[in-house]
Design a protein around this ligand. Structure first.
Ligand SMILES: [Zn+2]
Ligand SMILES: [Zn+2]
Length: 360
């Protein structure tokens, strides 16, 4: 049952004058659409896939395309069971990786076993002051690292794998075409261990205690992360180690609360300071600052100390400190104080709750 002979340009749904780029794009689109692994059991998709591969093996190659344009299809008649797209694929001009990597892992590109190690996460508690100014902290943790004795092979001595002749790959049929697969006999390493590494018990990895100093930049917020490359779990097959991610946790502060780049403070003042106005000292994250209370300051009123907040991660400019005034009322009242306060009461011309409460 010979496939119906179709024009290669028609198969790829492109114009005869299509540029190499257009042909490549058209092929990729169709190859994704008709790939047998995406159309299991669909014979017509399989046939179509075979045809477009064949068409592309010719039209994707400048020289073959020119010959095809001149002489037609016959010199390159291919197809049939066992059609090997690799044999027909034009040189290095096409990378199957992006189509096949999803389906077969990176195996189609010959880098199956080099895998990055897992990332590790640890949390680092900081005080608000440390988060404000930045700090260098010593940390210590245990991670799985490549065994130094055997370089991660797990072997003290080994010989070449017979099944793959040391290449780590074997050619296997995948549907109607053939492709390279990891050698199962040796796990893709190309080697057979004859004596296991005694330092790591043959698994290629050992536990290491790492001690580092981590620099936390000024302004770090709760939940922000610092990444240290290569300090995570060991990679596979010569792949790089994962990363260590350090998550900052900032402890609550007895006085200051952070809100974005601003710092919030509740500040108690006396009745006299509030009523008469005063120059007072206010705590800030980096020392005390002078602040003027205007006469007649009310409880709950907010005053701003510009530039006394946290440094912005973007601009480095400091936010503000927002001070909320609390009126501190003395709990013990002497007789003379009582008399003075009574006099003070008379100064309220009307109730401060006027309009809020209806009198019966
Ligand atoms: Zn070892
Ligand atoms: Zn092998």
């Amino acid at each position: 049952m010979a496939p119906q002979v179709k024009d290669y340009y028609e198969l790829l749904e492109v114009d005869k004058k299509a540029s190499p780029d257009e042909i490549k794009k058209a092929f990729r689109k169709l190859a994704r659409k008709y790939h047998p692994d995406l159309n299991p059991g669909n014979k017509s998709a399989e046939q179509k896939f075979k045809e477009i591969n064949e068409a592309y093996s010719v039209l994707g190659d400048e020289k073959k395309r020119a010959e095809y344009d001149q002489y037609g299809r016959s010199p390159f008649e291919g197809g049939g069971p066992g059609f090997d797209y690799r044999a027909h694929a034009p040189g290095n001009s096409f990378d199957f990786g992006d189509i096949f990597s999803d389906m077969f892992g990176a195996g189609g590109r010959g880098e199956a076993y080099a895998m990055k190690g897992p990332d590790m996460l640890m949390s680092l508690p900081l005080s608000l002051e440390e988060a404000f100014s930045g700090v260098t902290k010593p940390i210590s943790f245990v991670r799985e690292a490549v065994c130094k004795a055997c370089g991660g092979t797990g072997a003290e001595t080994y010989r070449q794998c017979d099944a793959c002749k040391g290449t780590g790959k074997v050619s296997a049929a995948k549907g109607f075409f053939r492709m390279s697969q990891p050698c199962s006999a040796c796990g893709g390493t190309g080697r057979k261990v004859t004596k296991g590494c005694s330092a790591c018990g043959g698994n290629g990895k050992t536990m290491h205690t790492e001690s580092l100093k981590v620099k936390i930049p000024a302004g770090a917020d709760n939940g922000s992360k610092v990444r240290i490359r290569g300090m995570g779990g060991a990679g596979q097959g010569g792949g790089p180690a994962g990363d260590l991610q350090i998550e900052i946790t900032v402890a609550d502060h007895p006085i200051f609360k952070r809100k974005g780049d601003n710092i919030l403070v509740d500040l108690p003042v006396t009745i006299g300071e509030a009523a008469l106005g005063a120059k007072i000292e206010v705590p800030t994250i980096d020392g005390t600052a002078a602040m003027t209370l205007p006469p007649g300051t009310q409880g709950g009123q907010k005053l701003k100390l510009s530039g006394k907040g946290f440094p912005s991660a973007k601009s480095g400019r400091r936010g503000d400190q927002l001070v909320t005034i609390r009126i501190a009322v003395p709990k013990k009242i002497t007789d003379s104080a009582r008399a003075a306060l009574k006099e003070l009461e008379a100064l309220y011309g009307e109730s401060p709750r006027k309009g809020m409460v209806k009198k019966p």
